[in-house]
Design a binder for this molecule. Structure first.
Ligand SMILES: O=C(O)c1ccc(O)c(O)c1
Ligand SMILES: [Mg+2]
Length: 630
């Protein structure tokens, strides 16, 4: 059995046809759907374009779309056939044998299953004479045919070996059609399969499809259930992406093509795991990785900011636990939290500091098997990370993460001893402020990058994405989405800034791109922690008095507790599952900050309703002197 064949429509990514071909080939796809517009805009002949695509190692899998063919009356019908013949000429030049015909939207189309079937039977003869095939696709907004079941009935009645069906997950799922109805269709009559996901937004189908499609796994449609049904038919052809998305049209073709490849591989792996009996043609790869914990967070810091960061860690109750045996690297520890501060001028940390100044350059995650994690990541198109190892250093498996940062993976093997092997313990006694573990890591990026990064996490790790929330910054909107492992052992929030005027946006501008902006640390008793921190000289972010008055109106909080929260600048949220208390540090090293949280009950959120007030408080600190703080 040969491998899975993957494809992507040229319409899915930005650039000229040539740039698209390069990006699609580089991302690892086997073939390409030529979207006619991309071809027409090119100055090369169809013969040369076809050859160029094959030279890039890609099959020309499909030519599309051909519109408004079936069901036309009299002379219009004859014209539609002539039009089709012209496109057949182009296809023969391209050396592409399959054309997608989407269900007619033409106002004059008459409808009638048998009329359409007759049209396709006749066109099938003409196609066969040239060795070509026709795939019929039901557009969700087609005039008479908008459901794959009707398209299948037409194909069935056309009863021609060169006429088959194109299934497109968007059209089926957007209309809420049960994908299991696909299991009734013989696999050899499915000529091609297109995949797209989309966010659950209630809007006009055509508009939704043309602007908001995204990669499988990036949206909310049950694309995996769709694909399981397709594969259950015995379908053996290519699996291809057809993504109409406004953002993708303006993004880097390489990134979007890589995301697409990642999405297909993860999806087919999910299909196989859901129904192991079904042949998916996908080579084996380790399943999604269970993250046990955040093993460490590493900052690159030098000079004055290094001192400030270490002072802040000290006021937060961290102790100097160990020093690297050979490098300017120190381990700070409290509870299960390990923060590594790397002042090396060379290597990854050195270049991260050169590029961004003080920054989180590395995140270490505890996993079952570090090797399997890198194997899966690599199969999904991530880049393994290596740098020359110094004396006595362990070969800890790593990949490239967000914006040039690195992720290391630690497991129970020899790697668990890294702190003893590479570091020398310091004898500073434990003091602590009750911080126990990393609650979550907040990453800031441009809005355009959010889908890509959520896909990175949800395809590699066993993590689910929460719904998108809007965070109001006084100077713009920031979109935020949390991604978490089932038990919350690893939580990430992604914050996408649309403009540089927002706090998140100015962080991006200053830091030269997306990275970790804040780290939230958990405590079991935020009031006790706050008191200890105060004694240690920690300065909390000051929250407006109005905020606490509003809290009193919204929640049943005793006056005593409210007074304590106000005194300590502790923010509060609650839902049906529990309560959430938050305390923020002031910004350091530019616009990085720490958050301290206490979760009560099963509260699994992040205090999103409080974000605007926290942001406003942070922005007050940035105001030029002389402006009132309150
Ligand atoms: O939006 C469209 O017109 C369109 C065209 C071709 C397709 O395959 C499709 O799914 C949608
Ligand atoms: Mg389609």
């Amino acid at each position: 059995m040969s491998g899975l064949r993957t494809g992507i429509a040229t319409v899915s990514i930005s650039g000229t046809l040539e740039e698209k071909i390069e990006a699609i080939s580089a991302a690892g796809f086997d073939g390409i759907e030529i979207f006619e517009q991309d071809f027409i805009a090119d100055i090369r002949s169809p013969k040369i374009v076809g050859q160029r695509i094959r030279d890039a190692g890609l099959d020309v899998m499909l030519f599309q779309p051909f519109r408004d063919f079936e069901g036309l009356p009299g002379p219009m019908r004859a014209k539609a056939f002539d039009r089709a013949e012209r496109k057949f000429d182009v296809m023969q030049q391209l050396d592409c044998d399959l054309i997608l015909m989407c269900s007619s939207c033409h106002p004059a189309a008459l409808g009638g299953i048998d009329r359409a079937a007759d049209d396709f039977a006749e066109l099938g003869e003409r196609a066969a004479a040239r060795g070509l095939r026709i795939g019929y696709e039901a557009l969700a907004w087609g005039r008479h045919v908008s459901d794959h079941r009707d398209a299948w009935e037409i194909v069935r009645r056309a009863d021609h070996p060169n006429v088959g069906l194109v299934l497109d997950s968007f059209h089926t799922l957007a209309r809420g059609i049960d994908p299991d109805t696909i299991r009734r269709i013989p696999g050899d009559k499915v000529f091609f399969v297109q995949l797209a996901d989309a966010p659950a937004i209630d809007m006009d189908l055509l508009y939704w499809s043309r602007h908001f499609r995204n990669m499988p796994g990036e949206g909310d449609l049950p694309v995996s259930a769709f694909m399981q049904a397709v594969m259950a038919t015995g379908y053996d052809g290519p699996v291809s992406l057809e993504i109409f998305n406004d953002q993708f049209r303006g993004s880097s073709p390489k990134t979007i093509a890589l995301d697409g490849y990642r999405a297909i591989i993860a999806l087919m792996d999910d299909v196989r795991s859901a129904e192991p009996e079904i042949a998916t043609r996908l080579p084996q790869l380790p399943r999604r990785v269970t993250v046990r914990d955040t093993a460490f967070i590493e900052f690159a810091a030098q000079g004055e900011e290094l001192g400030k960061l270490e002072t802040l860690l000290d006021t937060l109750g961290f102790r100097r636990a160990a020093r690297h045996k050979f490098k300017a690297v120190r381990l700070w520890q409290q509870g299960d939290i390990r923060i590594v501060v790397n002042a090396e001028t060379e290597g990854h940390a050195g270049s991260a500091w050169n590029a961004r100044g003080t920054t989180v350059c590395d995140i270490g995650l505890g996993v079952g098997s570090a090797e399997d994690t890198v194997t899966r990541a690599t199969a999904l198109g991530a880049k393994p990370f290596t740098q020359p190892r110094g004396p006595g250093e362990l070969p800890i498996p790593a990949i490239r993460g967000l914006g040039g940062s690195v992720m290391h993976f630690l497991d129970d093997g020899d790697l668990a001893n890294v702190w003893e092997v590479e570091f020398e313990a310091e004898d500073e006694p434990a003091s602590g402020a009750g911080l126990t573990r990393v609650d979550h890591i907040a990453q800031t990026m441009t809005y355009d990058e959010m889908l890509s990064w959520s896909l990175f996490y949800t395809t590699l790790f066993d993590m689910q994405k929460a719904p998108m929330v809007d965070v109001i910054d006084p100077d713009g909107l920031v979109r935020s989405r949390a991604i978490s492992t089932p038990g919350g052992s690893f939580r990430i929030t992604l914050n996408g800034a649309e403009t540089h005027r927002t706090l998140a946006g100015s962080f991006l501008a200053e830091g030269f791109g997306g990275s970790v902006q804040h780290i939230a640390l958990a405590t079991d008793d935020i009031f006790a922690t706050a008191a200890t921190l105060r004694e240690r000289g920690f300065a909390a972010l000051e929250i407006s008095r109005n905020y606490f008055e509003d809290l009193a109106a919204r929640f049943d909080i005793t006056p005593e507790m409210l007074a304590r929260m106000q005194a300590e600048n502790i923010l509060y949220d609650a839902d049906d599952t529990g309560e959430f208390l938050q305390l923020y540090s002031r910004p350091f090293a530019g616009q990085l900050f720490f958050e301290i949280v206490e979760r009560r009950g099963a509260y699994a959120g992040y205090g999103a309703p409080n974000a605007p007030f926290r942001i406003a408080a942070q922005k007050r600190l940035q105001r030029p002197k002389g402006m009132p703080a309150f």
